[in-house]
Design a protein around this ligand. Structure first.
Ligand code: ZN
Length: 167
């Protein structure tokens, strides 16, 4: 390469020129609003949660339940076949008794995050919290049931389930 760098006419600006307001400029805050489409699968899953139901999809080829619901089976590379309504009960797959909160703060009363295998899902588990009992008595294999927010307070999120209680 033996080309000369072409220098365009004009005066280049530096950051210092802008900071010291040697050039005319304007600042403004854009008023931007976004809407995000969760898609068919996740959209159905979130809509189900808002109604107090756990909804998944099923692929007839691999006979697998997808939870959260998805429109596409990534194992079989095909569209799923049907919606499935699952129970709001399950068993504790694994758990932890945590004296540290999500902001790394110390907690007097521990949280019990757990993987909960949803009944009727073929072993699919979701991450959530267990409350309503002695945290040190939680066991792997323990049966739990979802405690839902009141109907008017649900917003189509996994947090529409307040927690899972031992049954
Ligand atoms: Zn499949």
């Amino acid at each position: 390469m033996n080309e000369k760098v072409k220098v365009w006419p004009g005066t280049p600006l530096s950051e210092k020129d802008i900071i010291e307001k040697r050039v005319l400029f304007t600042e403004w805050e854009p008023n931007l609003k976004y809407a995000w489409d969760a898609g068919v699968g996740y959209g159905g899953y979130f809509a189900g949660l808002k109604e107090g139901r756990i909804v998944g999809t099923e692929c007839a080829k691999c006979r697998r339940v997808l939870l959260p619901a998805r429109a596409f089976c990534e194992w079989c590379f095909r569209t799923v076949d049907r919606w499935v309504q699952l129970n709001d009960t399950g068993i504790v797959n694994t758990f932890s008794v945590a004296y540290t909160g999500t902001a790394a703060e110390r907690l007097k009363d521990p949280l019990v995050p757990a993987l909960i295998e949803i009944d009727g899902s073929g072993g699919v588990a979701i991450m959530h919290l267990i409350r309503g009992g002695d945290p040190w008595k939680v066991k792997i294999g323990m049966k739990v049931k979802a405690v839902w927010k009141p109907k008017g307070k649900r917003e189509g999120s996994i947090n529409d389930i307040e927690y899972w209680k031992p049954v």
